[in-house]
Design a protein around this ligand. Sequence first.
Ligand code: PGA
Length: 248
Amino acid sequence: MAKPLLAGNWKMHGTAKSAAELASQLAGYAGEKPEIMVFPSFVSIPAVVNALSEHKDIAIGAQNVSHYSEGAYTGEISGKMLTGIGCSHVLVGHSERRTNNAEGNTLVAEKFAAAQQSGLIPILCVGETLQQRQDSLQLQVIKAQITAVIEKVGLQNVCNAIIAYEPVWAVGTGETATPEQAQQVHGFIRAELGEHGKDTQLLYGGSINADNAASLFSQPDIDGGLVGGASLEAEHFMNIAQQLIERK
Ligand code: PGA
């Protein structure tokens, strides 16, 4: 069974100072924790690395990475730059980037490949829109999103990464997939990965909070969560982390 993991996506919130404070608060929680990971904005990463310098049990990732390794790409950030400042992970294909920045499956696959080549562990985000769910296309959409990456890097490399199922209609909306809806997709992804995907961490994301976390985490193929809004407050996030550790 995959190890429990809770990731906080801080999106474009706060400042370097407030990000460092939040990181210090998380580090202050004693006791048993699942694997914890935080995704501050690019410019807040050094402050968070500094705040967590004595807390290596909290991993730090970026929210995006260039698909290029180096060169004349104004405004882009390479994987090597991220590992160079202490990142171990990166989000790839988050629905907000797919929607707001026109990132399609091909570009997402290229970013995934670039991330792994530079030594980062990608969290590949997949998920269907409301319209696609209403048309019962969710499994087809998710299959296409994952297949594009498998075709680029091979199945084993996808199994070595982390996958987050985040239905677009649940991200930042306050609406959550039911545990059964989430498990259907997670079970499908697990089956698509086959034999080598048994230990691949599959996260659910989309309006997770302290009230709905336990029922989602009770599902057999949900290994943890990718939390947005509820990750911005240390106590709320750690409450969710506790529920992951105590899941039934
Ligand atoms: P949310 O965001 O928890 O605020 O819905 C999740 C995400 O975007 O990863």
